[in-house]
Design a protein around this ligand. Sequence first.
Ligand code: DOR
Ligand code: ZN
Length: 350
Amino acid sequence: MSENSATRITIRRPDDWHLHLRDGDMLRAVLPETSAHFARAIIMPNLVPPVIKTVDAIAYRDRITAAIPTGHDFTPLMTLYLTEGTDPDDVEAGFKAGVITALKLYPAGATTNSASGVRDFDKAMPVLERMAALGIPLCVHGEVTDPEIDIFDREAVFIERILAPLHQRLPELRVIMEHITTEDGIAFVQGSGGNVAASITTHHLIINRNAILVGGIHPHMYCLPVAKREKHRLALRKAATSGDERFFLGTDSAPHTNARKESACGCAGCFTATNTVQLLAHVFEQENALHRLEAFAVLNGPKFYRLPVNEATITLEKRDDAAVFPARIETAEGPVTVFDPGCPVYWHYA
Ligand code: DOR
Ligand code: ZN
């Protein structure tokens, strides 16, 4: 049997290196969808108001922990939302106390709840320098917000205008280019040595921009960064399945109610927590790379974050019958549509 003709694989339990859990009723509804599958997740701080100080992260972490269902083993890894006013001492204290795993950089206005993000990067330099000195990773939403720049070019232009100069100025800073969507993002990571990595979502491995726009507008396929051309999707698949340690899973699973997605101005975000693990097995099988699924979904993330790898394992098996995923999950705020890969998936938990 070749490595890829396996119909059963056992890997360590995965982690999600980019996740939106929200708060309150939505948190309680979506958290079990993640904690059923993942041991840890990097929790995005773009609440309203955002998680800016260590004290906010402690309170949010406690709300998350209180919502973990009995029997689920899950650890939230907290982030702070970087603003021009972030206090380097607070970041250092939070990191040293084990509360903070990383900081998140949203260029102001780039996406959902990013209004308090960074406009003038010079103002963020003191905290970035402290992070570089302490080895605290910076998670980056890599899109410019300049209205002149076409939405499909915003990642490439961000690299050119912001990320490459930042990396030159502070090469010791450990940076994760999150949810990369382009060949340009992949090339930047590959050319930047060991301090720059990237996370890749499940949905960007599955859809290209046609999924959003062909045959009508499909709001549940819309996220930011928006899916790009097919050549970029293929390049993402190649990077994810390459085994290169600098690429790892960050689902960016981002719940919004159907009312907020199916609207004249629909929110960005694909909700993939529910079926991500099985979808990844499907993608890696298609790429003849099942033997690299563990590197992408389990091993590479903690290596970059300098955290231990998970000990528990999961077993997936391919069956003749397609897996049945719920079309939506119910929340007190309204239903949230689960990402539909548009094809049958035959991978199940054993
Ligand atoms: O699609 C997205 N949704 N991209 C982001 O960067 C934010 C996220 C959200 O919070 O909904
Ligand atoms: Zn996100």
